[in-house]
Each structure stands twice: as C-alpha cells, then as structure tokens.
Design a protein around this ligand. Sequence first.
Ligand SMILES: *[C@@H]1O[C@H](CO)[C@@H](O)[C@H](O)[C@H]1NC(C)=O
Ligand SMILES: *[C@@H]1O[C@H](CO)[C@@H](O)[C@H](O)[C@H]1NC(C)=O
Ligand SMILES: *[C@@H]1O[C@H](CO)[C@@H](O)[C@H](O)[C@H]1NC(C)=O
Ligand SMILES: *[C@@H]1O[C@H](CO)[C@@H](O)[C@H](O)[C@H]1NC(C)=O
Ligand SMILES: *[C@@H]1O[C@H](CO)[C@@H](O)[C@H](O)[C@H]1NC(C)=O
Ligand SMILES: *[C@@H]1O[C@H](CO)[C@@H](O)[C@H](O)[C@H]1NC(C)=O
Ligand SMILES: *[C@@H]1O[C@H](CO)[C@@H](O)[C@H](O)[C@H]1NC(C)=O
Ligand SMILES: *[C@@H]1O[C@H](CO)[C@@H](O)[C@H](O)[C@H]1NC(C)=O
Ligand SMILES: *[C@@H]1O[C@H](CO)[C@@H](O)[C@H](O)[C@H]1NC(C)=O
Ligand SMILES: *[C@@H]1O[C@H](CO)[C@@H](O)[C@H](O)[C@H]1NC(C)=O
Ligand SMILES: *[C@@H]1O[C@H](CO)[C@@H](O)[C@H](O)[C@H]1NC(C)=O
Length: 800
Amino acid sequence: MRGTLPFWLLAASLVRASFWMEDVAHQGIAAFNPDETYPVFRNVRDYGAKGDGSTDDTAAINAAISAGNRCGGYGCVGTTISPAIVYFPPGTYLITSPIIGLFYTQMIGDPNDIAVIKGASTFTRDGKALLDADPYLSNGKLNFISTNVFFRQVRNIMFDTTAIPREIWAVHWPSAQATVIHNCVFRLSPNFEDSHTGIYMEEGSGGMLTDLVFYGGKYGAQFGSQQYTVRNLTFSGSQTAILQIWNWGFTYKSLSINDCEIGLNMSSPDVGSVTLLDSSFANVGTAIIVGRYNSSATGLGSLMIQNVKYTNVPTVMEDLDGNAVLAGNATGAVFEHGYAKGNLYSPEGPFVFQGRDIAFDQPSVLKLDDQYYERSKPQYENYPASSFLSARNYHAMGNGITDDTQALNVLFQAAASSSTSIAFLDAGFYLVTDTVYIPANARIVGEGLAAVIMGAGEKFSDVSNPYPVIQIGQPGETGYIEMSDVIVSTQGPTAGAIAIQYNLKTPTLGGKVTADTPPSGLWDVHVRIGGFGGSKLQVADCPITPNITNIIEPACIAGYMSMHITPSAGNLYMENNWLWVADHDIEDWNQTRIDVFVGRGLLMEGSNIWLVGNAVEHHALYQYQLVNVTGVWMGQIQTETPYYQPNPQAPYPFTQVNTDLYDPDFIADCPTTSASTVDLLPGDPPCAMAWALRILASKDVMVFGAGLYSFFNNYSTNCSTNSAGENCQARIFSVQDGTGTGLAGSTTGLQVYNLNTIGSVSMLTNKGEDMAIWNQTIATYASTVGIFRNDGTNGSLATS
Ligand SMILES: *[C@@H]1O[C@H](CO)[C@@H](O)[C@H](O)[C@H]1NC(C)=O
Ligand SMILES: *[C@@H]1O[C@H](CO)[C@@H](O)[C@H](O)[C@H]1NC(C)=O
Ligand SMILES: *[C@@H]1O[C@H](CO)[C@@H](O)[C@H](O)[C@H]1NC(C)=O
Ligand SMILES: *[C@@H]1O[C@H](CO)[C@@H](O)[C@H](O)[C@H]1NC(C)=O
Ligand SMILES: *[C@@H]1O[C@H](CO)[C@@H](O)[C@H](O)[C@H]1NC(C)=O
Ligand SMILES: *[C@@H]1O[C@H](CO)[C@@H](O)[C@H](O)[C@H]1NC(C)=O
Ligand SMILES: *[C@@H]1O[C@H](CO)[C@@H](O)[C@H](O)[C@H]1NC(C)=O
Ligand SMILES: *[C@@H]1O[C@H](CO)[C@@H](O)[C@H](O)[C@H]1NC(C)=O
Ligand SMILES: *[C@@H]1O[C@H](CO)[C@@H](O)[C@H](O)[C@H]1NC(C)=O
Ligand SMILES: *[C@@H]1O[C@H](CO)[C@@H](O)[C@H](O)[C@H]1NC(C)=O
Ligand SMILES: *[C@@H]1O[C@H](CO)[C@@H](O)[C@H](O)[C@H]1NC(C)=O
C-alpha cells in the first residue's frame, strides 16, 4: 500500500525544476503516421511562446498545436495517427485570437504552477472562445462533428477572460467520449453584463469534467450534450453557475456553488434528466430552477438529488414562473438526504413523484465519510522525471510492428518493485503477441492518450480460448495499482482477445475504503477496437454488409470481451473510461461505417467497484453485465447496441454460449411463440439484440444516470423514433435473480436513478417482466425513468 510520500521526495520536489512531463525525454512517436519526424510532444516555448503576460503568444501556441500533418479545418473530421500533447510551462500566455483545438490534442500545464491563458483586451471580435476546441466553419457547421470529438484532454490551465469587455466563452467544448477537462480554473468577468461563460458546450455525446473552479461570469458553464459526468466543480460569484441548455441525462457530483444568484437552471423543456449528488450551495439566491411541463413528455425534467446542503439559500427550488417549489433558509442550513421529481417505478409504475426528505438507501461500502467515494487522476506532480521508467528505455519500440510483450512485462515488473517508480508509456503503439502482466503495486501512466497496447496474433485469435491482452493482477492476487491515460486495443482478427482482465483485490480496512486505503484506480484507460489507423480493421478491411443477410467477415472478429473484472477482484475505482468497438473508421473523412465484431463489453464480477463516467458500445452480447457483484456505483453510464444487429442478430458470430461467464442465451430468451414465459411485445420487435445492461444476482448496485441507446436496425435509424414505436429492439435492460444461471441469490438493493433509453420498446425488464414501456415516460429524444427499485416495494421511500 502506498502511503504518503517519503520526506526526501517532498524535499526533492522543492528543488525540482519543473513538472516531470516537461523534463522526461520525449521519445513518444506516432507509429502509424507516414511522417517519421512527426512530433507528439510539443512544448509551446519551443514554438516561440513567451508566457510573460505581455507578448502575444497566439501564433506560437497555434504553431505548436498545428505542427505536422494534423487534423482540422475543412475536410478532416478525425484521425488517430496525428496525436499531440501541447505542454504549457508555468507562465501567463496572452492571446488575441482563439487557440484552435485540433483533433486528438491534449493541452497540459504544470499542476504545481498552472499556466494562465489570458485573453487580451484586444481579443478579436470574431473569436468566440479563448480555446475553441471545435470551431464553427464559415458554412455554419462545427469543424468536428461534436459526437465524434474523442481523445482530448485539457489539464492544469487557468483561462482568464477578465480583460475582454464583451461576450466570450473561455472554452468552447462540444465533446464526446474519452474527453476530459481536469484541474482547470476559469476567471471570468465579475460584471455579468460582459456575458462571460467558462465552458460553453452546446452539443455532443459525453465525456468528463472534473476538478474545475469558476469565478464570475454570467454563466460559469452552459452545458448541452446527450449525457455527461461532471464531478468536483466549484463556482463563486457567477450569476448562474450552470445553465443546462439541454440533455438526456447529466450526472453532477460534488458541486460547490457559492455566492451566485442562481445555482443550476435546468428549466429548459429540452432537459431530460439531472442527477445531483454530494453537493453544496451557499449564499445562493435560488439553488435550482426546475421545469416539468404539461405535455405528452411526462418524463421531462427528471431530477434526483442525494446529500445536498443549502446554506443561506432562501429558495432551494423554484419553477419557471418564479414560484418557490421548495423553500430554503436565508440564514441557516437545509440538508437534503434525498429528493426526487420524476416518474417512479418500484418496481411497478409509473408513479408521478415529487418529494423531499426521501430516505434513499446509500450503501456504506460505496462511501467515504458522508459522500460517495471519488478520486481524481494522479498526476504525480511531486515526483521528479527520474522516477519515470520509460518504456522506450526498457527497449519497447512502440512502433506497431516490433513485438513489445517482453519489454513491457519487464517494465511493469520494475515499476511494481519500486515504491518510487512509475512506468511511463511513451506515445506509441505497443504491439504485443502475448499477455502483458501488470503486477500489484505497479503504477503506469501513458503519454497523453497516445500510448496504445495492441494485442495481435495467434494467441488472441481463438474464440474458444479467450486470452487477455493485459492482465492486471493474477486471479487471487492482492495489492494496489494505478493506471491512467492508456488505450488497450487489438489488431486484425483476434476473436479470443480479452482486452483487459482485472483480477486484483485491493485491501481495505474492514471492507471499506478509507483515505489511507483507497481503491485501485484506472483513469482515462480506454479500450478501442477497430476503426483506427494500424488496426487492420478499417473501411477497406471491414465494410458494412447490410444488403447481405447474416454474412460477416471472419477477419473482422476482433475481440472476445473488452474488459473482465473477475470474481476475485475488489475495490476498483474507474473514471472516464470508454470501451468502444468502432462503428466507423475514424481515419475516414466521411466517417464511413464499418462492421467490427466483439462479443462482450464489460463483465463485472467481484465487489466494490466505482464506474464514474463510463461508456461501453457496440458489443454483440451485452455492453454491461454484472454477475454476483456486491457494491457497485455507476454514473453516468452510456451504451449503444451494434448498428448491424439484427443483421446478424445476437449472439452471432459468437455462437458458443459461455456458461462460465453467464452469457445471455438469446435462443432461450427470445421465444418465437406467445406460449413462452416472456411476453411478446406489441409489434414483435427484434429480441435477439445486445443487452445494454444485464444484472444477475447482485447486491447494492447504484446506477446514477444511464443512457442506454439503440439507434439502429441493420443500419437504419427508422426504428428509433416515437412514430415507429422505438422498436429497434424489444428489451435493453434486464434485472434477474440467479435462477437458471447456476448462481444462488437474488438481485437486491438495486437502485437506478434517471434511466434514459432510446429505441427499445421495454425500458427495463425485471425477472422477465417488462416494467416500463417507452411511451409511458417520454422525455426528450429519450424516454426517462426517474427512479427504479427492484425490491417489490417502495423500499425506504417515504415522503415526510
Ligand atoms: C477537487 O478539485 C480541487 C481542484 O479544483 C482539488 O484540489 C481537490 O482535491 C478535488 N477534490 C476531489 C475530492 O477530487
Ligand atoms: C433559466 O433558463 C431558461 C432557459 O432555459 C431561461 O429562459 C430563464 O430566463 C432562466 N432563468 C433565469 C432566472 O435566469
Ligand atoms: C399543468 O397541469 C396541472 C395539473 O394538471 C395544472 O394545475 C396546471 O395549471 C397546468 N399548467 C399549465 C401551464 O398548463
Ligand atoms: C433558519 O436557520 C436558522 C439558523 O439555523 C434557524 O434559527 C431558523 O429557525 C431557520 N428558519 C427556518 C424557517 O427553518
Ligand atoms: C438490411 O437493409 C438493407 C437495406 O439497406 C436491405 O436490403 C436488407 O434486406 C436488410 N437486411 C435485413 C436482414 O433486414
Ligand atoms: C445496399 O443497397 C442499397 C439499395 O440497393 C444501396 O443504396 C446501398 O448503397 C447498399 N449498401 C451497401 C453498403 O452496399
Ligand atoms: C467522401 O465522400 C465523398 C462523396 O460523398 C467523396 O467524394 C470523397 O472522396 C470521400 N472522401 C473520403 C476521404 O473518403
Ligand atoms: C426509412 O424510412 C424512410 C422514410 O419513411 C424510407 O424511405 C426508407 O426506405 C426507410 N428505410 C428502411 C431501411 O426501412
Ligand atoms: C457469489 O459471491 C459470493 C461473495 O459475495 C461468493 O461467496 C460466492 O461463491 C459467489 N457465487 C458464485 C457462484 O460464484
Ligand atoms: C404504448 O404503446 C402501446 C403499443 O405499443 C399501446 O398499447 C399503449 O396504449 C401505449 N401506452 C401509452 C401510455 O400511450
Ligand atoms: C409507491 O409509491 C407511490 C407514490 O407515492 C404510491 O402511489 C404507491 O402506492 C407505492 N407502492 C407501494 C407498493 O407501496
């Protein structure tokens, strides 16, 4: 177990010149970029930026970002072959026009002394934002399709707009999966008439925001996206801290909103659902403005709150017309253990529900003190560069060709055997032909998001013999690991590959995490299969075949399972992870669809697991399957059913049911006659389709926001509309006891808050019974269930 840093290391940090990321040798490469001199790491100072607060650094910063054959401007909407890490040493960088975020860019400052990007008073009127991560082109469209903005980070930077006396956004951030803004500060004009916004996000499909501080602004942030996970944001002195422009589902945890007129304004009729946890409002006029509308959309504006404190807040909640829904206390504190406003199923429903002082169950194994456990990505800012063991120095080539299995195994052993060492995966594609084993006590960090471990070859190709690409701990092993900023992948036909097998049990005191016995962590560790340069699973290799019935290309079967958390595993914290089987080729400027086949998404066994900002997409059998787990925190989770299904239907091409893994049996579960135990749904929608979420014999599973989407049938979106009856698939979310699976016990203590589905007739199926049908609780484009409890009663729900 790692405790606090030894004294000598802290002392060393005082004399350390700069952040290790600046000091380490920059040996990272873009393996599949045709330009062999392509630089991944760029220090803005090397491109002429002064950071002295007076020189105009705009051109230098943009030169650092755009050096090499990068992706942006007209035409290119995505690529993985030209990633860039743009590093900002401490300083104040004055800019006069926007910094343009190109595809696959990580902008990183020094966490010990964060860089300031300051907009000059002369900032160009044409510029909408200091950092425009997805600028509008002259044709009125965003440069990068917002739902395709993947693999980006902004870290350790302060954005200062205070000198600009007009409307401006600090960061324009239409974004999607595998993106994060982490540890940044937004200094906005305290004069609300200047109309400043810290983060402006009008479109997109998720990602993560964490550890951000906002000062001033008409809006601290304006958020509109399908789904998002937002954690640990502090607002001070904004007029409105957060304007929720639209959403299907947002999960907010650990917000601290102080000295603002309005906290969260979610009154727009385009807001589907908000889950708000572990937060505080102090000296705020109105904490929350809600809006639920009299319309057929009865699921709209669903709001679920747990553990929120209001201090000196006269109005906790008001409606669009300014009427108080919940009074506060202008001179005291009000604490809310739970509040719900939405459609409740328990398990029957819907009951239209609105109430305060609701006694929500909160499993103590998931909490530290009074709050659900949370922990930010370590940046190792107190460690000198000499603590980092470079993969390149351990003879791993990362060139996508050389077999790096042995080198990585040696590297990870070395990292694990020294309490002051951290394995550093320089940018590159580490091709491995056998399992890479990560022992307990290893700490691993990838360079930007440009380090990829890629399994290839025979050992991974046997569908009857599933085989891990990386194995974290051996079954039964105990200990602790940290891993961040790494992508795990496969190349070519690898039907037996398990991208990540996680076996480690991390010890705790008395079965509970404490500050000194934290869970192990995987931050920004993603699985990406197919659709990238070098994968051998691109448009030319794996074209879609809608016009041919039930034909697939065997060379495009590229994985058995993306991730398996095995029964002996326990105490694992995951944040901002995306397990993606490519539905399109990122390198292709037309985003042409491809057919790549992976059997299973994330199979979770074990106990005490947190999934904070997590998405699993396009696996053939299921996206999430929870088997005999105890204590799981999931929020916001998101899934998509493969676009090709039901051509072929599930589980094709994975026709061998693996009962050891409790595979769903689509033949048994999808009867063709009404004499079966499962009801046929109206219109007989396709049944043999991947489950988004399947829970078997599990205890204390808390889902704080889920977006389970099935947009397609055989590549047509015609089914995912209200007028068609949201009938892309019959069922999407199954809760089962052990019955029939060989598992003892039932699923108990399951609580789901803000479940949003698209394209599934039944929104949730409890022990074979369909509890919620999409048209009972229509909200936005999605239908929204506010609360689902499976225990047959309203549990401890009780209005005061
Ligand atoms: C929240 O963010 C701040 C930085 O803004 C950081 O100092 C703090 O440690 C974070 N807290 C948690 C619980 O992550
Ligand atoms: C809240 O947001 C809505 C737009 O969604 C806006 O019309 C309304 O004026 C806002 N309320 C306040 C008090 O700012
Ligand atoms: C909405 O419905 C409620 C109850 O049916 C009714 O009291 C209220 O006047 C309606 N509001 C509007 C704006 O139609
Ligand atoms: C508000 O809080 C103050 C201080 O705790 C308390 O004295 C007062 O009774 C509270 N007012 C209401 C209406 O609850
Ligand atoms: C799939 O869609 C195509 C049209 O795009 C159609 O020709 C084909 O028959 C469909 N196949 C199945 C199995 O539904
Ligand atoms: C499938 O057939 C339709 C109609 O015949 C055609 O428009 C479409 O391009 C075909 N799709 C593919 C991927 O071949
Ligand atoms: C994209 O599609 C257009 C036709 O719609 C075609 O002209 C162009 O060559 C395609 N570009 C790429 C990079 O595939
Ligand atoms: C989808 O609907 C459109 C409009 O009704 C229709 O033209 C098209 O043929 C449909 N596509 C499929 C694959 O059914
Ligand atoms: C289910 O998990 C419990 C521990 O919570 C374990 O004792 C039991 O053996 C597991 N059952 C199976 C069938 O693996
Ligand atoms: C929902 O749709 C089904 C048909 O699919 C219909 O029988 C039912 O009446 C509808 N329910 C509501 C609440 O509209
Ligand atoms: C659950 O709560 C709803 C809303 O308060 C109520 O209408 C319903 O009767 C309750 N059901 C049970 C089983 O207690």
